[in-house]
Design a protein around this ligand. Structure first.
Ligand SMILES: [Zn+2]
Length: 221
């Protein structure tokens, strides 16, 4: 295929019919070699393809076992997205232009930082012909050490857990919301390295305003 060898384990990361659909329109070897996660979806959000970086990225971020078990081929992509953002992503894909309408793929930027570095990514959405689905290609845009505005704090159950014992973590910047204090969000890198038990993912006000200016922010807890 295009003179580039496709890894032999492709079959373990792709539904057979999805691999055929991919090869018809995209250079599979390039998706395979892409250094950041790529995922192929059917119209209902069922995952039909993941590249090797999908699992590698999850393992580098401490979520490897969960992602391998729950967010692989056959799972539904939308269930892996923080609940407040699902409608946004459904709409992003629904509005992504067909190749004949535009060669410029739809794109959305988001933050996905680690405990050590601030990172921003873009996801580009490619629409497959005949409503066969979409391919989402993530790429790193910015990466640098966290600045002083994110002073690291230590985990503290009394400060961060709500009445139900839940920690509310922003799915973007990964800061956690204080139990008291009117939407104060703190940087707790130990909980970025390893999610605390009973974490619920939402989006903080700053990330809503910056990345989703058209969306209505859910009521604060
Ligand atoms: Zn945030």
């Amino acid at each position: 295929m295009n003179g580039v060898e496709v890894p032999s384990d492709l079959a373990s990361r792709s539904a057979p019919d999805f691999a055929a659909d991919l090869a018809r329109e995209l250079r599979v070897a390039s998706l395979e070699a892409h250094p950041w996660p790529v995922v192929g979806l059917r119209g209902d959000g069922t995952i039909g393809y993941i590249n090797p970086a999908w699992s590698r990225f999850a393992h580098d971020n401490g979520d490897g076992p969960v992602v391998d078990q729950r967010w692989s081929v056959g799972a539904n992509y939308y269930e892996a997205i923080a609940a407040p953002l699902r409608a946004f992503y459904r709409q992003l894909l629904a509005e992504a232009p067909h190749r004949d309408a535009s060669l410029r793929p739809h794109a959305h930027e988001y933050e996905c930082s680690s405990a050590e570095v601030y990172r921003r990514f873009t996801v580009q959405v490619y629409t497959l012909a005949d409503a066969r689905g979409h391919v989402l290609i993530n790429s790193l845009v910015v990466e640098h050490p966290h600045d002083a505005a994110r002073a690291p704090l230590a985990p503290n159950d009394a400060r961060y857990r709500d009445d139900n014992g839940l920690v509310h973590q922003c799915a973007h910047c990964r800061r956690v919301e204080r139990r008291e204090g009117a939407s104060v969000w703190d940087w707790v890198p130990a909980w970025v390295r390893q999610s605390p038990l009973l974490t619920t993912h939402t989006v903080c006000g700053i990330c809503y305003g910056y990345y989703y200016p058209g969306m209505r922010e859910p009521l604060a807890r």
